[in-house]
Design a protein around this ligand. Structure first.
Ligand SMILES: NC(=O)c1ccc[n+]([C@@H]2O[C@H](COP(=O)([O-])OP(=O)(O)OC[C@H]3O[C@@H](n4cnc5c(N)ncnc54)[C@H](OP(=O)(O)O)[C@@H]3O)[C@@H](O)[C@H]2O)c1
Length: 326
């Protein structure tokens, strides 16, 4: 089958478009004919050996996809060949076929198109778990989203608005912030220009600081952000797209009695598949109520999909990038 192939751990510049054997579903797994796959930042990290879980070369990157169930492995029930589904097996999705454990398979609403479906589960699953389960974000609180025009960032804006928060979007350009505004952000902060992020957040919150911080960027941005948090705030550690892991000072945790809260969606959904499935059902409900609108920032094919990975690495992506396949 045709796929984007990582033949050795090194750089996404070494990826090729080629052939891989069509996988077979094992016990508890299904084979899905992929219609569309969506990018997530770890797709850039995994071929470079920088992600906590690695594929074994040769492999196809790609954490999530939507498509049609083509074959059931032994012991699988509750799903049929021909069903329209989204899956997030964490690897293998940039290919014509992918195998996924049935725990990470979600049947799609009839009216959800393939591109939206491919872009949906990992991103909204992450923000639901982050904002509600881990951050306990409440109506009337303020939510600061770093990297707000990225895939998880835009979803966090929508989630924050749906939960009744005032959302402060922070990103690196006016163009990116315009996309954030289109997704409902109340206050826009350009952290590449103007006063330091912490001063802009303080000013935007009447001197109080943000109640909850969604930090998928890391590095200096985290250092700045923790200095702009409110008393009793929760800082959600989501990821490190900027490439460095912040060393956050414990005195800030003490002085403002804040909580530094880890969010690991993959670990959560492995350990608590039933809870994860209930969260996803709620996200599909929100989508059907018109509260969520995945922003498709670019559409590629298997032949051009490596360009999508480079755009994400080079900080040129907005929202979700899609590889159309079937
Ligand atoms: N913990 C979890 O469960 C979980 C789940 C999903 C994702 N994540 C993590 O969250 C992070 C974001 O993922 P994503 O899929 O949302 O990525 P994305 O769409 O590429 O968004 C990342 C954002 O980070 C900002 N950024 C700042 N410095 C950057 C740099 N040097 N290179 C690239 N981007 C940079 C960019 O916005 P500006 O240019 O505006 O700064 C970009 O929009 C990743 O680290 C990912 O592993 C974690």
């Amino acid at each position: 089958m045709k796929a984007i192939v990582c033949s050795k751990i090194g750089s996404i510049d070494d990826l090729t478009v080629g052939d891989l054997p069509k996988p077979s579903p094992g016990p508890g797994e299904v084979l899905v004919q992929v219609k569309a796959a969506a990018l997530n930042f770890p797709d850039v990290l995994m071929p470079e050996g920088k992600y906590q879980y690695a594929g074994e070369p040769p492999f196809a990157p790609g954490m999530e996809a939507a498509g049609i169930v083509a074959e059931l492995g032994p012991g699988v029930s509750g799903v049929s060949v021909g069903d329209r589904v989204a899956v997030h097996p964490w690897v293998g999705c940039f290919a014509e076929y992918v195998v996924s454990p049935v725990d990470w398979l979600f049947r799609l609403p009839d009216e959800m198109d393939w591109k939206t479906a491919a872009a949906f589960c990992l991103t909204y699953g992450t923000i639901r778990h982050a904002l509600v389960d881990r951050g306990e974000l409440k109506a009337g609180e303020s939510l600061l989203v770093l990297g707000a025009s990225g895939g998880t960032g835009l979803a966090a804006i929508e989630g924050g608005k749906a939960l009744g928060a005032t959302v402060i979007a922070a990103a690196s350009s006016a163009e990116k912030l315009a996309v954030c505004k289109g997704r409902g952000a109340d206050i826009l902060i350009n952290y590449a220009e103007g006063p330091e992020l912490r001063h802009q957040v303080k000013e935007a919150t009447g001197g109080q600081g943000a109640d909850v911080i969604f930090d998928s960027v890391g590095g200096d941005f985290s250092q700045q952000a923790i200095r702009s948090i409110n008393w009793g705030g929760r800082m959600l550690v989501i990821g490190f797209a900027a490439g460095s892991i912040a060393q956050l000072p414990a005195n800030h945790i003490l002085i403002k009695q804040i909580e530094l809260v880890g969010v690991a969606y993959q670990g959560f959904s492995r350990r608590m598949p039933d809870k994860s499935r209930a969260n996803m059902a709620e996200m599909f409900d929100w989508w059907q109520q018109g509260k969520l609108h995945p922003h498709i920032g670019g559409i590629y094919s298997l032949d051009t999909g490596i360009d999508a990975l480079k755009a994400m690495r080079d900080r040129k992506a907005e929202g979700k990038l899609i590889i159309e396949i079937g």
